[in-house]
Design a protein around this ligand. Structure first.
Ligand SMILES: Cc1cc2nc3c(=O)[nH]c(=O)nc-3n(C[C@H](O)[C@H](O)[C@H](O)COP(=O)(O)OP(=O)(O)OC[C@H]3O[C@@H](n4cnc5c(N)ncnc54)[C@H](O)[C@@H]3O)c2cc1C
Length: 221
């Protein structure tokens, strides 16, 4: 339990948003004398997802980039284009590396406290965050905790983006390892929005990912 429970900023959720926000605050000297608490319920050690992103310059994430590509391919059943992404590159990070890399920066920062706890309530009016490991106060509370009970879509249906992927190895040299297949819509759309990604790690190894936008998540099978 942390005894002094008052902070200048509290960050609720240590996923992509919470960690990137923390990293931005650490790199800005304005926050050096501010007391900051980040609260996350999970251990964040598993490689639970693959994070891909566009970038035209070096960032702190480059140290943990697993693979990057300079070319991309886009297609549907009638259209096909391969192009150089310059000045951008498409970069991929394994989420376990992302969590540990930014987690180390947070533990090295004297003004940051990382708390592993479950947030039970965020009272934005009274500026209190209640967890199963104590209550904390701050005039500024950021939250990236998603609560689908609070999201109401009356006018439009709620679409879920979901993925399933396999890392495959081929006997032959089947892939151009400097080119991603970024959105191949030539697969059966089944009255929804469906596409494939191919992210080659080498000439005979690639992550093949099936992505869908639909109102319900389909069975793995
Ligand atoms: C399989 C997969 C592949 C993806 N690939 C890409 C990609 O290639 N490129 C891309 O840009 N995006 C990708 N995404 C999307 C990306 O992961 C999300 O956009 C991103 O994680 C959202 O960040 P966030 O901080 O909002 O949420 P999260 O990263 O989910 O962070 C929210 C955090 O809040 C914590 N939390 C929740 N409830 C509580 C609570 N009660 N108490 C304490 N902590 C709590 C959660 O444990 C979590 O760590 C992918 C997602 C998945 C699932």
């Amino acid at each position: 339990m942390i005894s002094n429970n008052k902070y200048d900023y509290i960050i609720c959720g240590g996923g992509a948003s919470g960690l990137l926000l923390s990293s931005a605050l650490i790199s800005d000297s304005f926050f050096d004398d501010k007391k900051i608490l980040i609260i996350e319920k999970e251990a964040k050690v598993d490689n639970d997802k693959t994070l891909g992103f566009w970038d035209s310059k070096e960032t702190i994430l480059d140290e943990v980039v697993f693979k990057e590509w300079e070319y991309a391919e886009f297609k549907d059943s009638e259209f096909h284009n391969s192009f150089l992404l310059n000045p951008f590159k498409y970069k991929m990070i394994k989420s376990s590396k992302f969590y540990s890399h930014l987690g180390e920066k947070i533990s090295d920062a004297d003004n940051f406290t990382y708390l592993n706890a479950n947030i039970e309530n965020i009272d934005q009016e009274n500026k209190i965050v209640k967890t199963d490991n104590g209550e904390f106060q701050s005039s500024i509370i950021f939250s990236s905790i998603y609560d689908d009970k609070e999201i109401k879509f009356n006018k439009y249906p709620l679409l879920k983006q979901h993925f399933i992927g396999w890392t495959i190895e081929t006997k032959d040299q089947s892939f151009d390892d400097n080119k991603i297949t970024f959105m191949d819509f030539s697969v059966d759309q089944k009255n929804e929005i469906r596409f494939m990604y191919i992210l080659p790690f080498s000439k005979n190894k690639a992550l093949v990912e099936y992505t869908l936008f639909s109102s319900s998540v389909i069975d793995d099978e």
